[in-house]
Design a binder for this molecule. Structure first.
Ligand SMILES: Cc1ncc(COP(=O)(O)O)c(C=O)c1O
Length: 427
């Protein structure tokens, strides 16, 4: 008899158990958040909460939008918010999506045309992969993470192999994130733009930047890294999301260059936008309140406080890890060299690289620090880590307590390793 579906599904889950890769929904039971993407701690900010509740009280509509943007869900509130976002982020058009995932999946599934090519950083988010899978592009291929020479080699090869690219008749889309969520490193955006513009001088190379982890934390008033570098006009499109540093949910895609056309095109071809209920009025109000906090400078103040906390964390843990074997815990080499650090643009995401991410995370959680182990396939084999994410709301006492707890585990592991070596030497 053929196995029942439930048995097949259970066997699949079991095979994940065996590889220690089964995902679970866990309720956090610890007090110090060193894990979420709530970088500015806005989701628990009392002033933002009061501001939001005030807006809710006075708004005429606060519940569901009633339909798709293309039917009854296109309300004046949605249009007003898009116009505010367009002006604030200095874009020529903006289009709201219910999430960053939907925005990315929509863009990459429908904007590249047959014959076009997508080149993406190998660490690009899953939402771009989902979009590419559904895309009619001729080919999608990755370049080595944050490595401009790898991007240059791939583009040069493509230009040789596909004459219509050189002639400007087909397009190349280059997908990158301004700040990567697992390594906490920044894309070399200006170098990437220089290479694309140099190799495709007819303008058929389109750089698409996902600012999901940078929105609110970097750039003037939190407008992101593209703005901080002043390259808005050289980037084809930016994804700005509201579920991370801005404490709300939903995303909007800001469109440049061919902007109004691209917006109209997405309204016509982006299936996740067309066939879904538009963002609720509650979310529209919540995003508007987060935007008020960007405009009135609150987010900038929180961001500079966050930068101080990150500096303090690195300056405290770095000397303590100098003598620690990499087989126990290490910081990425770029964070170990204090002179190489750009203190004006520090990342709140700090990976503690360790071959034992689960025991280290369990130890820290047992002491009240919420951190997550990150294992393959989320990161490549050999790059397992505990992902630490600092927030504007973390206190210096919490940072010190966390480092002490980490070093307690490091010292215990070092003693165990030494014991093992001594036994090995005797045998
Ligand atoms: C780089 C990146 N892009 C897009 C998304 C999706 O954004 P959202 O959470 O708004 O769906 C995420 C979320 O994890 C992300 O990390």
């Amino acid at each position: 008899m053929a196995p029942r579906l439930e048995d097949t599904l259970a066997a699949k889950l079991h095979s994940r158990d065996e590889k220690s890769s089964r995902r679970r929904l866990i309720l956090p039971n610890t007090t110090v958040d060193l894990s979420s993407n709530d970088y500015l701690s806005l989701s628990t900010n009392h002033d933002l909460r009061d501001h939001f509740l005030g807006k809710l009280k006075s708004a005429e509509l606060v519940l569901g939008s009633g339909g798709s943007r293309l039917l009854d869900g296109n309300t004046p509130a949605h249009v007003r918010l898009e116009n505010r976002l367009k002006d604030f982020f200095r874009s020529s058009a903006a289009l709201l999506f219910n999430s960053g995932f939907e925005a990315n999946a929509s863009f990459f599934s429908c904007v590249p045309q047959p014959g076009d090519i997508i080149v993406y950083d190998e660490y690009i988010h899953a939402s771009v992969h989902d979009g590419m899978r559904a895309s009619r592009a001729r080919q999608s291929l990755s370049f080595r993470h944050n490595t401009v020479s790898s991007l240059r080699d791939i583009l040069s090869r493509l230009i040789k192999e596909v004459p219509l690219l050189k002639a400007g008749r087909h397009n190349v889309f280059i997908a990158v994130e301004s700040l990567y969520s697992m390594d906490g490193d920044f894309a070399p955006l200006v170098d990437i733009l220089d290479i694309v513009e140099g190799l495709l001088p007819l303008g058929n190379g389109y750089v698409v930047v996902d600012e999901a982890h940078a929105t609110g934390v970097y750039g003037p008033q939190g407008r992101g890294i593209v703005s901080s570098l002043g390259v808005e006009d050289r980037v084809f499109s930016r994804l700005v999301t509201f579920g991370k540093a801005l404490g709300a949910s939903g995303a909007f895609l800001a469109v440049f260059l061919v902007s109004p056309i691209l917006r109209e095109y997405l309204i016509n071809y982006a299936r996740p936008l067309i066939y879904t209920t538009a963002m609720s009025h509650t979310t529209v109000l919540s995003i508007g309140c987060s935007l008020d906090f960007l405009e009135n400078g609150t987010a900038s103040k929180l961001s500079s406080h966050l930068h101080k906390i990150i500096s303090h964390f690195l300056d405290t843990i770095r000397p303590q890890l100098h003598a620690t074997p990499h087989s126990i815990v290490a910081l990425p080499s770029c964070l170990m060299d204090e002179h190489a650090l750009d203190r004006t643009r520090l990342s709140p995401i700090i990976p503690l690289l360790t071959p034992q991410p689960r025991p280290l995370a369990a130890h820290l959680q047992s002491l009240g620090y919420l951190v997550r182990p990150i294992v393959h396939p989320t990161v490549p084999k050999g790059q397992e880590r505990v992902r630490v994410c600092l927030h504007a709301g973390n206190t210096l006492e919490e940072v010190h307590g966390f480092i002490e707890a980490t070093m307690g585990w490091v010292h215990a592991q070092t003693a165990i390793e030494k014991g093992r070596c001594a036994i090995g030497a005797k045998l």
